[in-house]
Design a protein around this ligand. Structure first.
Ligand SMILES: *[C@@H]1O[C@H](CO)[C@@H](O)[C@H](O)[C@H]1NC(C)=O
Ligand SMILES: *[C@@H]1O[C@H](CO)[C@@H](O)[C@H](O)[C@H]1NC(C)=O
Ligand SMILES: *[C@@H]1O[C@H](CO)[C@@H](O)[C@H](O)[C@H]1NC(C)=O
Length: 443
């Protein structure tokens, strides 16, 4: 039965009979530990040959359903046997998980191969993007989860009693159902001339001068996502031959059934490239400000000639008002190779969270030399780190400058914030009113 769907599932043979008996999720292997449920899914298959790029959007991905509190999401690239594939073979540039509502009985229609991010970029009559809580413009960086090479070594568990609330029937518009979109961007670097250059999407290595819509790139655009779109090809060493192979993103989702005892957290993603424009005469910075997240930036090369006071460290900063505050429950940064750490500061200069990359030192999956294989995370004691409504936070992203320009690097910061604390904790935190008058200092 159902060979097709089973072939997409990652199940050991011994688990199959059990799986068919107990699970409503036919693609998933799940288990119940205390009240936390866990399921492992496989994305649809994608195929890569040496130097090639896949940037795919999978609508209606397998995902737990119902009114639930999400507790974690992790993933990794595996081959057809389920083996972990190291980053020096398949570089996981990024993956992202996006929530949307789809009108029942309709599907997202993609008109062409480069049309896949339609749901990501705009809502239509039959689908509504459900963005995170901000703070970038429109629908950019709207994902609920998403990182890249560091996936295997980065903690994502949300501590009890907190969770990301999804699937609340009261929030889903009539006639719609909640669905999820998975975007996977992977680059096969077996046999390439310049591994770092391919992962940094250097345009000359891809021989790209126009974007995926055929529009010419600016001559000073040296590298980044515009040069490594779906089906592009990075330069491979002369004579190198390697088989095309089939790969999957294997992802693990943890959740609890929603109940009054779960405390909701909001997702904020702050981008160090965000340049905020505050209109003249506005007295509410947070509400009328226009964000401009560019997601990627370049880090200039460093030589004796262009060293500055920081030596060969590039420090990029942006300061932005948080529309809403709350208690920080979890924080993590996303950086690319070359990154040496990122810190989010409060308006008074206190450290809200610092997140530092760890680099691999071997060749096995999870420890690949030269790649960021994990990011440190922050789990402040709930109630101990508070952001005030409208507080201006400063994000700092540091990279080490090398002899070549790093292109297409990122400096994102992902924060989970609870607007209330569970009852037993809020008693204690109300006295932490260092900021009792902070509203007065803003405007
Ligand atoms: C690079 O692209 C141009 C056209 O876009 C093509 O004529 C040329 O052969 C390509 N070079 C390589 C090495 O593939
Ligand atoms: C804001 O006001 C200043 C001074 O009145 C003016 O020079 C500037 O052009 C204005 N900027 C915008 C974006 O309107
Ligand atoms: C980033 O660089 C600045 C300036 O040198 C330094 O003060 C800060 O501690 C650095 N942060 C991290 C996380 O490396």
């Amino acid at each position: 039965m159902q060979l097709v769907s089973l072939s997409r599932a990652y199940v050991s043979l011994s688990a199959i009979s059990l799986l068919l008996l107990v699970t409503p999720l036919s693609h998933a292997l799940w288990k119940k530990e205390s009240n936390i449920k866990e399921a492992v899914f496989l994305s649809p298959k994608f195929e890569l040959g040496p130097g090639s790029v896949e940037n795919k959007y999978y609508y209606d991905m397998d995902f737990p359903r119902g009114h639930i509190g999400l507790k974690s999401f992790t993933g990794e690239v595996v081959d057809e046997e389920g083996n972990s594939v190291p980053l020096h073979e398949t570089y996981l540039h990024h993956w992202a998980v996006v929530r949307y509502y789809q009108r029942k009985g309709t599907e997202v229609v993609t008109l062409s191969s480069n049309d896949g991010h339609r749901v990501l970029s705009e809502s239509g009559p039959d689908h509504i993007l459900v963005s995170n809580s901000g703070i970038c413009q429109d629908n950019s960086v709207s994902q609920y989860f998403g990182i890249g090479s560091e996936t295997r070594g980065t903690a994502t568990d949300i501590p009890d009693p907190f969770g990301i609330e999804v699937g609340n029937p009261a929030e889903i518009p009539d006639g719609f159902e909640e669905k999820w979109l998975l975007n996977v961007h992977a680059i096969d670097t077996r046999g390439v001339e310049d591994r770092l250059g391919c992962t940094e999407c250097k345009c000359d290595l891809y021989n790209i001068t126009v974007d995926e819509y055929g529009r010419p790139l600016k001559p000073d655009y040296l590298g980044g996502l515009l040069c490594c779109y779906h089906k592009t090809q990075c330069r491979v060493k002369e004579g190198f031959e390697g088989p095309r192979r089939s790969l999957y993103l294997r992802y693990t989702v943890k959740w609890v059934d929603w109940s009054d005892s779960v405390v909701p957290v909001k997702i904020y993603i702050i981008d160090v490239t965000d340049t905020l424009q505050v209109p003249n005469g506005s007295n509410s910075k947070a509400l009328s400000a226009k964000h401009n997240c560019k997601v990627e930036y370049d880090v200039e090369s460093c030589s004796n000639k262009n060293k500055d006071s920081n030596g060969c460290i590039d420090v990029k900063r942006t300061s932005l008002p948080m529309p809403r505050g709350g208690y920080v429950i979890y924080g993590v940064a996303h950086q690319h190779a070359g990154g040496i750490g990122s810190t989010l500061y409060g308006q008074d200069g206190r450290v809200i969270c610092s997140s530092i990359p760890s680099y691999g030192s071997g060749s096995e999956a999870g420890n690949e030399e030269g790649y960021i294989v994990g990011m440190s995370t922050c789990y402040p004691r709930p109630g101990s780190v508070k952001i005030i409504d409208g507080e201006t936070v400063t994000l700092e992203s540091n990279y080490s400058r090398s002899s070549l320009t790093h292109t297409g690097v990122m400096g994102l910061f992902y924060l989970l914030v609870a607007e209330q604390l569970p009852d037993q904790l809020s008693k204690h935190s109300s006295q932490a009113s260092l900021f009792s008058n902070i509203d007065n200092i803003f405007y």
